[in-house]
Design a protein around this ligand. Structure first.
Ligand code: FES
Length: 168
C-alpha cells in the first residue's frame, strides 16, 4: 500500500516537474520571440553614387525617396516624403529657373513639388505652400565616402535649408 502511494507521489512529482519545465521553456521561447535577431530597419546612411553620376539639376532616387540637386560641384538633397501622410511627392519643372534666398543662402530653384495624394504643394526649397502638409520637406545631410568617393546621404540627419555640399 505504502509502496503504491510512494510510487504515485513520485510520478506526480515527476509529472509536475516536467510540466513546469515545459511551461518555463515555452515562456522563455515566447519572450525571446519578442527580441529580433536582426534589424530589418533600412540603413539610414546610404551611398547613392559618384558625384559625376548626377546630372546638373535634379535626380530622383526612388529607393531613398530623395531628390538630389546638383549645381556644378554643389549638392543638396530634399526628401520626397510628404509631411502630411507620407506619400511620395512629384517634382514639376518650373517654366523658368528662379533664384531665392533661403535661410540666408541663395538657392537656384528649378522645380516645385506636389503630392498626388491630397494635393499639398511645396516650393522648390521644400517649403509647404498649400494643402494639408504641416511642414516643409526635410533636407538631408550629404557627405563624401572616404573609401570610394561616393555621395552619402544620412536619412536620419536633417539639416537646415542652407546646407550645401561642395565636392572638390
Ligand atoms: S500625403 Fe501628401 S498631401 Fe496627404
Amino acid at each position: 500500500m505504502t509502496l503504491r502511494k510512494d510510487r504515485r507521489d513520485f510520478l506526480l512529482k515527476v509529472g509536475t516537474g516536467a510540466g513546469m519545465a515545459a511551461l518555463a521553456a515555452q515562456a522563455t521561447a515566447s519572450l525571446r520571440s519578442l527580441v529580433p535577431n536582426v534589424s530589418y530597419d533600412a540603413p539610414t546612411t546610404v551611398k547613392i553614387g559618384q558625384p559625376t553620376d548626377f546630372p546638373d539639376g535634379l535626380k530622383f532616387l526612388p529607393d531613398e525617396r530623395l531628390f538630389v540637386f546638383r549645381e556644378g560641384l554643389t549638392f543638396h538633397a530634399i526628401s520626397a516624403v510628404c509631411t502630411h501622410l507620407g506619400c511620395t511627392v512629384r517634382a514639376e519643372a518650373l517654366s523658368q529657373v528662379e533664384t531665392a534666398m533661403v535661410e540666408g543662402a541663395p538657392l537656384r530653384l528649378t522645380h516645385r513639388f506636389m503630392c498626388p495624394c491630397h494635393g499639398s504643394r511645396y516650393s522648390g526649397d521644400g517649403g509647404n505652400q498649400s494643402g494639408p502638409a504641416p511642414r516643409p520637406l526635410a533636407w538631408y545631410h550629404l557627405s563624401i565616402a572616404p573609401d570610394d568617393g561616393q555621395l552619402v546621404v544620412d536619412l536620419a540627419r536633417e539639416v537646415s535649408r542652407d546646407f550645401r555640399l561642395t565636392v572638390a
